[in-house]
Design a protein around this ligand. Structure first.
Ligand SMILES: [Zn+2]
Length: 384
């Protein structure tokens, strides 16, 4: 057995820990680019905390998912203002933008020079400026992952900027920042976290460190996702979901994902839909197909008992079998009223394009069994 585990230099977790943001960021730089989402009221208290600790701040707003243009704008601003550090405060999209900007400040040229598929694919050679990532959703775990997903509207695709050194210097996770999330966002982001944990757990590159994180994360999400959706101020449920999200990020950055993300990635570039909702719609169908394919072609695969273990954690029932994972996930997705893929305007004439892109996706490579184009199409059909 061989494995490696890389993560943020420091992970600070706990309800109320946001209050330490100024102290933490103040040790990493003098002038920070503060990347936030649309909600300026929320950002205001963070900016006050940072300034109280003597940090000069330059604000940059990312509305929605980062695209090539917004990353270019943020990088230009940070360079012109001589920012020596970055603070990212928001959902996965904002944290992704902050990660991309932090590394592009120090690496010459334009964002397109470094993007895979649509750009030059150049290697990022310089380390980023120090980055403090503060997530305000519990889903992506982006605060501890090594890539940023960037949209190119021109190419109708989402691509990743990727480098081990993009993992933020500090991940500051305060479950209180998620108390104001709507039930919808709680459900979709929470299901993204659960998907990431499950995919990393059964994938071909899992290791004993990520296994432990995945089992712990799945069991916390299983007991708390519904509660967090029903009662947004439930501190224990919010804490569990924040742990699940963080652990999902730790696991995926060091193991990999699978067919759900292999399909959801390219699909996200073709339609406008929340990433978590797309993952949730696909998740039960992928598990069902993976189990069928494994039983048929690789009946001795370690992934089958892993699905059984996951089902026991999901159902909180020691008697659950691998197949029960499908039933439990279908019930969860239906209880949380996750829309079908067709409601986001995906049409059948886009099927061939999606299957082709999904087959080539990075995440697909770690799926526990290689799926045929026909099997991928069948998964997508079942989630429509
Ligand atoms: Zn995801």
């Amino acid at each position: 057995m061989e494995f490696e585990f890389t993560t943020a230099g420091r992970i600070v977790f706990g309800a109320g820990k946001l209050r330490e943001a100024g102290e933490i960021a103040g040790t990493l730089g003098k002038r920070a680019l503060v990347v936030t989402g649309r909600d300026q009221d929320r950002a205001f208290s963070l900016l006050t905390l940072l300034r109280e600790h003597g940090l000069e701040t330059v604000e940059f707003v990312v509305a929605g998912e980062p695209d090539v243009e917004s990353i270019r704008g943020g990088t230009a601003l940070a360079r012109a203002e001589w920012c020596d550090s970055v603070v990212g405060f928001g959902g996965g999209a904002v944290v992704d933008a902050a990660k991309a900007i932090a590394i592009l400040i120090t690496n010459e040229g334009d964002v397109l020079d470094y993007l895979e598929i649509i750009g030059g694919g150049k290697t990022l050679t310089e380390p980023p400026v120090p980055l403090v990532a503060i997530p305000t959703t519990a889903g992506t775990g982006s605060e501890v992952t090594c890539n940023s997903v960037i949209r190119s509207p021109e190419h109708r695709i989402k691509v990743s900027l990727r480098s081990r050194s993009m993992i933020p210097r500090v991940a500051l996770v305060d479950p209180e920042t998620t108390y104001t999330l709507s039930p919808d966002l709680t459900a979709t982001t929470g299901l993204d976290a659960l998907t990431q944990l499950l995919e990393a757990y059964v994938c071909t590159r899992s290791n004993p460190v990520t296994d432990g994180l995945c089992r712990e994360g799945i069991s916390r999400a299983a007991r708390s996702l519904r509660r967090a959706v029903e009662d947004r101020q439930n501190a224990a449920a919010r804490e569990d979901m924040a742990v699940a999200s963080l652990f999902g990020g730790l696991a995926l950055a060091n193991a990999g994902l699978g067919a759900v993300h292999g399909i959801a990635g390219p699909l996200g570039g073709m339609i406008t839909a929340p990433h978590g909702a797309v993952c949730a719609a696909l998740l039960p169908e992928v598990v069902a197909m993976n189990l069928d394919a494994l039983r048929e072609r690789e009946p001795k695969s370690d992934a089958i008992p892993r699905y059984a273990k996951a089902a026991k954690l999901l159902g909180r029932n020691p008697g659950a079998s691998a197949g029960d994972a499908v039933t439990l996930l279908r019930r969860l997705v239906s209880d949380l009223a996750i829309p079908r893929l067709s409601s986001y305007g995906f049409s059948l004439d886009q099927m061939d394009e999606l299957v082709e892109k999904a087959s080539a996706a990075n995440s697909m490579k770690a799926n526990p069994v290689e799926l045929t184009p026909e099997e991928l199409e069948s998964i997508i059909q079942s989630a429509l």
